[in-house]
Structure formats: C-alpha cells, structure tokens
Write a protein that binds this ligand. Sequence first.
Ligand code: FES
Length: 170
Amino acid sequence: MFQAKPIPAPSDDKRWRIVNATMRRHGYRASGLIETLHTMQEAFGFLDVAGLRYVARALRVPLSQVYGVATFYNLFKLKPAGEHTCTVCLGTACYIKGAPAILNSLQEALGIKPDQTTPDKKVSLMVARCVGACGLAPVVVLDEEAHGRLSPEQVVEKVLAWRVAMPEEC
Ligand code: FES
C-alpha cells in the first residue's frame, strides 16, 4: 500500500508528534481527518490555520475540505480570539501534579472559564489533554511555549503580565 512520506510539522512543538502519531496510525489517509483534527484540538486546545494547512497537506486532502470539517462540527474550535493563549494541560500526569489548582487560579484571576477570552481580548484560556511533555507536569503552554512545574501563583503572574497595558509612544 502506498504511504506518503510525512511532511515537516509547522513547528518543533512536541505536540505535533501526538498529531503525527494519529495520522501515521491512519496510514496518512484522508479517512483519518476527523480523528486527526480531534487529536490536534486535544493537544493544542484549538485548531489554527497553520495546523489545518499542515493536516491538509499531510493527508493529501484539499484545504477547503479540512476547513469544511473543522467548521461543520461544533466540537472543533478555531483559533481563539485572544492576543495571547494560555493552555492548561489536564492530562492524567498534569492533573495528578496539580493542574486543577492552576486552572482554578487562572479562572479566578482572569474572571473567565476555559474556552473564553478576557473582555480586553488579551488572553484566551484553553485546556488540553496531554501536550506531550508529561515529565514536566504540571504543564502550561503560554502562547507556543511549554512551561513545567510552575506554581499556580507563578502561572497567574506570567499571564497577568500580558494584560499590563504598554503606554503608547508619541
Ligand atoms: S499529561 Fe500533561 S503533558 Fe502529558
């Protein structure tokens, strides 16, 4: 059976390995599209344009079809509205090591729940299931960067720093 060679992922983010494993399990066939998007959302918390484009190429499916599936099903979320994204991993290892306390602190500090964006559009709060860095549990991904073993207070401090308005230069 013909099997396409994997194409390079959009970045060296470890979460792409999880997405790739799903595509490989399906032999990089188009029939694996929905499960691949599902894996991508579980890993990243949402589906962004670069990721959709990558999946389309890897599975040799027209991008329009990938968009069609991503927007048709309510369970898929496209890139959140916030300028920054804070994704808390709630996979087993992170859950055991204190991820719920981090999520609670963030919800309290930001006044939003997962899948929501602060009214100033600065921060979107997301959750994911295993981002592929269990050894660093509990893991929080701030924009593209995974941070491990931070306390709830440290995570809140980093996220609130995004909300400090910079004075505009004249
Ligand atoms: S469970 Fe959180 S990184 Fe694997």
